[in-house]
Write a protein that binds this ligand. Structure first.
Ligand code: NAD
Ligand code: DAU
Length: 354
């Protein structure tokens, strides 16, 4: 396989690149990443000298660059992670979300269409896997689950941009016969998660004796999945999924936000002791103004991927959250580097203008 991974320097993409290189000896992997604030080449420092791996700094909306990579590297497989991924940022400024998530996906689809339909090698061994989110389905009440048949009802600029990209991917399957697959996953957590998202933000603030912002009443529900389980599911869909199909991926781990925040506080108290004031870290919790349009509950029915492809999550929430907290305790320099942007200097040192 000659695989183009987009967004491989981000949270999930970097975990995916590492796990594929560990498991698959016979693949070449090209990582196309723009290195936005969320992309950090240090996430892949341990594999950057692997001869099967090439990093290209670039934008998925750059059609000439994307087409050049398809030709030069004879790309037969695309795993598309690159996106603007943070809901709060999409509320503050949606423009980048439209560009990267919609126009960027379109650019990749066009490059695949041109390259694969014209190169004479046929479509049998080609795959375009689009990584998407459960947020496209909107918000649930107290009961029920998102299935692959649930109607799309996105409610933030982020989820609307992801929904739009999902529709484009489906359109290329029906119109051009492009061999596509789509995954819609719930909330991930684990190593290399940018500390603007709930779990790493709470870990970092709690360690630094800063307030812990809980939006609204804190009773919103998310379905949490350890990132390595998500990566395994994506690989399973890539290898065994039926073309044109969507697969929901979830952890079967519904938690209210306040439970997550309390769990993290208690784990940190246990591992590093109470605050200097002698109080538990839960004393840092502050209920703040709610996120506009805040989705109340997400919950995934992952029966299809279990029954058809035999995937289920391997890591329980209790194990996963301990591993995650330990990783952040062991990697304070990584957190400091991404928050002050100094990892961008690392890119210049390592790669110059390449
Ligand atoms: P992330 O924000 O951590 O990483 C995104 C990566 O994409 C970064 O490396 C960034 O530099 C890169 N990127 C952004 N714009 C680009 C562009 N124009 N060209 C090239 N590269 C660009 O995101 P993540 O949390 O790892 O999410 C990855 C994918 O998984 C996204 O498509 C997201 O919608 C989806 N997803 C995420 C979650 C989650 O909980 N994090 C859950 C379900 C689905
Ligand atoms: O469901 C999948 C989605 O999960 C992905 O598609 C997104 O890319 C990913 O960012 C994530 O979106 P959320 O909005 O659910 O994640 P976030 O970590 O931003 O927030 C999780 C919940 O915690 C949400 O209900 C908002 C709340 N929250 C978040 C932050 C950052 C707080 O209460 N306080 C906070 O400071």
């Amino acid at each position: 396989m000659n695989v183009l991974v987009t967004g491989g320097c981000g949270f999930i993409g970097s975990n995916f690149v590492r796990s594929v290189l560990r498991q698959k000896s016979n693949c070449r992997l090209i990582n196309l990443d723009k290195l936005t604030y969320a992309g950090n080449p240090e996430n892949l420092r341990d594999i950057e000298d692997d001869s099967r791996y090439r990093f290209v700094k670039g934008d998925i909306t750059d059609a000439a660059l994307v087409e050049q990579i398809f030709t030069e590297e004879k790309i037969d497989t695309v795993v598309h992670f690159a996106a603007e991924s943070h809901v709060d940022r999409s509320i503050a400024g949606p423009a980048e979300f439209i560009q990267t998530n919609i126009v960027g996906t379109f650019t990749l689809l066009e490059a695949a269409r041109k390259s694969w339909l014209q190169d004479g090698t046929g479509l049998a061994d080609k795959r375009f896997l689009h990584v998407s989110t459960d947020e496209v389905y909107g918000s649930l009440g107290a009961t029920g689950y998102f299935t692959e048949e649930t109607s799309y009802d996105p409610r933030s600029p982020y989820s609307a941009s992801k929904a739009s990209s999902d529709h484009l991917v489906q359109a290329y399957y029906h119109t051009y016969g492009l061999p596509v697959l789509i995954t819609n996953c719930s909330n991930n957590y684990g190593p290399y998660h940018f500390p603007e998202k709930l779990i790493p933000l709470i870990i970092n603030n709690a360690l630094n004796d800063k307030q812990l912002p809980v939006y609204g009443d804190g009773k919103q529900v998310r379905d949490w999945l350890y990132v390595e389980d998500h990566c395994a599911a994506v690989l399973r869909v890539l290898e065994k999924g039926t073309l044109g199909q969507t697969y929901n991926i979830g952890g079967n781990n519904e938690k209210q936000n306040i439970e997550i925040v309390t769990t993290v506080c208690n784990l940190l108290d246990e591992k590093v002791g109470l605050r200097d004031s002698g109080e538990p870290r839960t004393s840092l919790i502050r209920y703040v103004t709610d996120r506009p349009g805040h989705d109340r509950r997400y919950a995934i029915d992952a029966t299809k991927i279990k029954d058809e492809l035999g995937w289920t999550p391997a890591v329980t929430f209790e194990e996963g959250i301990r591993k995650t907290v330990d990783w952040y305790l062991d990697n304070p320099d990584w957190v400091a580097g991404v928050l002050d942007g100094s990892y961008q200097d690392y890119y210049e040192r390592m790669y110059g203008n390449r």
